[in-house]
Structures are given as C-alpha cells and as structure tokens.
Design a protein. Structure first.
Length: 323
C-alpha cells in the first residue's frame, strides 16, 4: 500500500479524523521521595487521579489539540467507568465506539525523586476482547488514521481484532499507526509479523525498537524497522526523536530532532504525548521534521507537569468517591 500525502485519501465524513483503540483505565499516581524496598514503607508526598491508559492519553491530547478524535476501548459499568466516560466526553472525544464490561481497569503509578515511574496495572474490562460492532466498522472506514495500542497484541483474541480493524481502515484508504508499547517484547513473533504487515506508522521507543529488531543503535535500528514498515518514528527520550520514511511517500528520508531542555517532574505519558503531537502535525500537512518537533514539544510539556496529559487541569481528581 502506497502512503498518501496528508491531504490525500478518500473524502471523509465529519466524524473523527483519528480513532484510537486501546485501554482506558483509572490512573492513581503517587509521588514519593524514594521507591520503597520490599517490605518497606515510604511517605506519599502528593497524589493525583485521572483517566489514563496509553491510547486514551494520546486521544485526550489529540482532542485538546483540536483534532477530531474518537476512542474505542472497554470500560466497566461502574462508578469509575462513568467518571472516565464523562471526562472523555468533556474533552471532546467521540465515544460512539466505546464498549463495556464489568470492572473498569486501573493503574497505580509510583513516581520517585528522579521522576522515574513504577506501574502496577489491573486491566479489568480493558482486557476483554473488543467487538467489530456496526458503529466501529463505519468509523474504521472513514478515519484518516487508526491508532492502535501495542498492548492489544499481547492477547491473541485482541490481536486478531486489531489486525482485522487495521485491514478495514487500510482498504478504505486510511493509515494505521501502531504505538509499540512496553509489552511488545512479549508479543509472539507470528502476531507481531501480522501486526507490522498492516502498519503504516510505527511509534516505538528505543527499548521497543530493540525488542522488535534486536538492534539498539538508532541508525541501524531505523534501517531494520523500515524493512518492516513504511514510516518509523523513534522516541529517544532526552535525545529527542528520529524519523525514517521509505519509498511510497511524498518525501523519503531520515530526520533527527533534539529534545528541548526541560526539568522533568513526571515522565508518565511522555511517549503518548509525543504520539499526539506527531500525528496532529502529520494531519495538518506539515513537513516530516515538523512531525518530530511537534511530538518532542508535547512530550516536553508532558514531563514538566504532573499527569499523563500535557494540558492544565487534566489531573483533576475525577475519582473522588470511587473505591
């Protein structure tokens, strides 16, 4: 499939330009001066609670950047799920493809004095396979970009769903972006091969690149990625980001953009914010190096404040009374 310029492709409806599919969870975040040893006890310096999950974080940011964005995931029909749904609607997300289960999943994140995070997750309803409903089929065939979370690939049933959904979007003229996610190293090789075969834009960090290719070095790693996908955007943390595009797109080449110098407060969601900035710039028809600049800028904003979404007010305590 040849990649299109941002202004190309089929005429789309007034619905979402982007559909993000993946987990939406409640994020409980706790800041401590050090991570406790096993059996130890440390004081919590401050805390926050907000809807999260990698795909949901990116969807929030895309909506707040003015991109028409829909979200498809599975939440519980419980108090936490109702609050998650309310917050997503208030952010402007299209939830016509949302699906439901029993218990809304959650993540407990501990952030230490070096702004490093340790996470414990319960996926709950998010771990249940999604269904290709009529509303979802319609949306998959009208969006310009389908963003899939790599967390879907760890479960065989969810992986089959993801590959089928990606195929529907590509056949209709849209592009598929895959956020590799930290669990990519646990994805069986045959499932990973199928997923990459229907991916146009791959968004890994360096560790995820190494899990996919066996290569750590940026240049050789991008070479290896571009043998499997047409576009690879590599998130390099303090080193910024790198981009490779192979033949079939209007502009082929390699780019590297350094990161802005910021003092990190919380690294949670930096990669998700990068994805949003990158895709928003792509959808605006900007140049490839600007995709990286926009991704870097939003990631920098994310790590310089509390919470996974780089916009003021997103860390509000929406979960008061839940539990």
């Amino acid at each position: 499939m040849g990649l299109k310029t941002p202004s190309g492709g089929m005429n789309k409806t007034a619905g979402p330009e982007v559909l993000a599919i993946g987990d939406v969870l409640m994020d409980y975040q706790y800041w401590v001066d050090r991570f406790p040893q096993r059996g130890g006890d440390v004081k919590i310096l401050m805390s926050s609670c907000s809807p999260g999950g990698s795909a949901a974080n990116t969807a929030f940011s895309l909506a707040l950047l003015g991109i028409r964005c829909g979200f498809c995931g599975r939440i519980g029909k419980d108090a936490a799920g109702r609050r998650v749904e309310e917050r997503m609607r208030n952010a402007g997300l299209d939830l016509s493809c949302m699906q439901y289960g029993d218990d809304t999943g959650y993540t407990v994140t501990i952030i230490d004095d070096r702004s490093e995070r340790t996470m414990l997750s319960f996926r709950g309803a998010a771990g249940e396979p999604l269904e290709l409903t009529a509303a979802l089929r319609q949306t998959l065939q009208t969006v310009r970009v389908l963003l899939l979370s790599g967390y879907l690939l760890a479960d065989a049933a969810q992986a089959r769903f993801a590959v089928e959904a990606a195929g529907m979007t590509r056949r209709a003229g849209g592009l598929v972006a895959l956020d590799a996610s930290p669990n990519i190293e646990n994805v069986p090789p045959d499932i990973l091969r199928e997923a990459l075969a229907v991916t146009d834009i791959l968004l890994p960090n360096r560790r995820e690149m190494q899990a996919i290719t066996g290569v750590w070095e940026t240049g050789a790693g991008l070479d290896a990625l571009l043998r499997r996908v047409p576009i690879a955007a590599l998130k390099l943390g303090a080193e910024g980001s790198a981009l490779g595009i192979r033949g079939g797109y209007a502009e082929t080449g390699r780019w590297h953009i350094p990161a802005a110098e910021v003092t990190p407060l919380d690294t949670t969601g930096a990669g998700d914010a990068f994805n949003a900035g990158f895709l928003a710039s792509y959808l605006r028809g900007e140049k490839p190096e600007d995709w990286l600049r926009a991704g870097n800028a939003l990631a920098a904003r994310a790590i310089s404040q509390k919470g996974a979404v780089p916009f003021d007010g997103m860390e509000e305590k929406v979960c008061a009374g839940v539990g």
